[in-house]
Ligand binder design. Structure first.
Ligand code: PMP
Length: 394
């Protein structure tokens, strides 16, 4: 390795360590289930996005095997060359039906969906109004464009309106927000944002990674929850990697939008399409959610129970409204140490500090799923009580 390269890598690693940003991921030694194994220990898993318990579900595996057998291991091309198969069309039609939108277009991940859609849509004269807590893939997607970015304070509709009042363009005005915020678990106030958008002639773009499969009838998402799913001026982007538990992302909306994305979304044009097994499993997830809508109810029952018990113990869950349940520890060091202690107690939940969340707001992020039993949640709560006492916050 050249000296320049070695120095570059070492300096960067040293910087990350000095700033407390160095990451060393935990390895799961058993499947993604509500109880799994980490560091040789059986743990209650509060760290995954497996909201509906589909990640290791026998039906999804059966469908993946069937598509693998019928269509092979890989797709062999990008969608626009020789990589669009009938199974891709089947998935997009099923998604559009499920979402109640005119059309849907699937991309490789939620991350690439944001990059592809924002990149295809925005031009230099456009104005983007973006919530300050929007996901990294939105921030990166916006950076790929020449549009002017205006950041409004988190979920602060008054601030958003001030910005809309103060800035105008003959181009497109796009308000971009997560549907459910990934670190805080609160819901974007679309009931106020969408009418505001109408007043100022703006379009709304919702990244519903954490609302999809979670909010709205049958988990149809945050936009459905607020009743705006038929509005062509509300663009929905979401992931197939969380509640749908496999991998992928999609945009759902007007047919014309899909047509534009097919022609301009760069990950769609330049990166190979999903392999058959992925699509088979996703179709399985879509079928199951419609056959067993009670899964979403169970998710919410568990969410309510876990939050209620955390509050009873005296923890601060930071205004979360969804299964994403942060527990406030304050300093990053405390959150990381508490996460380590929880693991020793048989609970897997990850500490999150600055710069992912503001200084002094470090937390442990828990995600409750439909697959957790009350016993599992009680075990986690017992561990939390022990750790909370050790930290003097109870
Ligand atoms: N948007 C949000 C709000 C997310 O939380 C995530 C996942 N961390 C993504 C997009 C990216 O989704 P994917 O994992 O499918 O790339």
């Amino acid at each position: 390795m050249s000296v320049a390269l070695r120095t570059r890598i070492q300096e960067e690693l040293d910087r990350l360590k000095a700033e407390g940003l160095y990451i060393s991921p935990k390895v799961l030694e058993a499947p993604q289930e509500p109880v799994t194994r980490v560091a040789g220990r059986e743990v209650v898993n509060l760290a995954s996005n497996n909201y509906l318990g589909f990640a290791n579900h026998p039906y999804l595996k059966e469908k993946a095997r069937a598509y693998l057998e019928e269509w092979g291991a890989g797709s062999g091309a990008v969608r626009t060359i020789a990589g669009t198969f009938t199974y891709h069309v089947e998935l997009e039609e099923a998604l559009a039906r499920f979402k109640g939108t005119e059309s849907a277009l699937v991309l490789q991940s939620g991350f690439t969906a944001n990059q592809g859609v924002l990149g295809a849509l925005l031009q230099e004269k456009d104005l983007v109004f973006s919530d300050e807590l929007n996901h990294a893939s939105i921030i990166d997607g916006l950076r790929l464009t020449k549009a002017t970015r205006l950041v409004y304070r988190h979920a602060d509709v008054e601030h958003l309106e001030q910005l809309l009042k103060a800035h105008d363009t003959e181009g497109l005005k796009l308000i971009v927000t997560d549907g459910v915020f990934s670190m805080d678990g609160d819901i974007a106030p679309l009931d106020r944002i969408v009418p505001l958008a109408k007043t100022y002639g703006a379009v709304v773009y919702v990244d519903d990674a954490h609302g999809s499969g979670v909010l709205g009838h049958m988990g149809k998402g945050t936009v459905h929850h607020f009743g705006f799913h038929e509005d062509p001026e509300v663009i929905q982007v979401a992931t197939l990697s969380k509640a749908w538990a496999v991998i992928g992302g999609y945009a759902a909306g007007a047919k014309a939008l899909k047509e534009l994305l097919i022609n301009k979304a760069r990950p769609f044009l330049f990166s190979t399409s999903h392999p058959p097994a992925v699509v088979g499993a996703l179709l399985g997830a879509l079928e199951l959610i419609q056959k067993e809508p009670e899964r979403v109810e169970r998710l919410w029952e568990n969410t309510r129970y876990f939050k209620k018990e955390l509050h009873r113990l005296g923890f601060d869950t930071m205004g979360s409204q969804t299964p994403i349940t942060p527990v406030l520890f304050g300093e990053a060091r405390a959150a990381f140490e508490a996460s380590r202690m929880l693991l020793e107690e048989g609970v897997f939940a990850v500490g999150i500090g600055f710069p992912t969340v503001p200084r002094g707001r470090a937390r442990i992020r828990n995600i409750v799923t439909a697959a957790h039993t009350k016993e599992m949640l009680d075990k986690a709560l017992e561990a939390y009580q022990k750790v909370g006492r050790a930290f003097g916050i109870l």
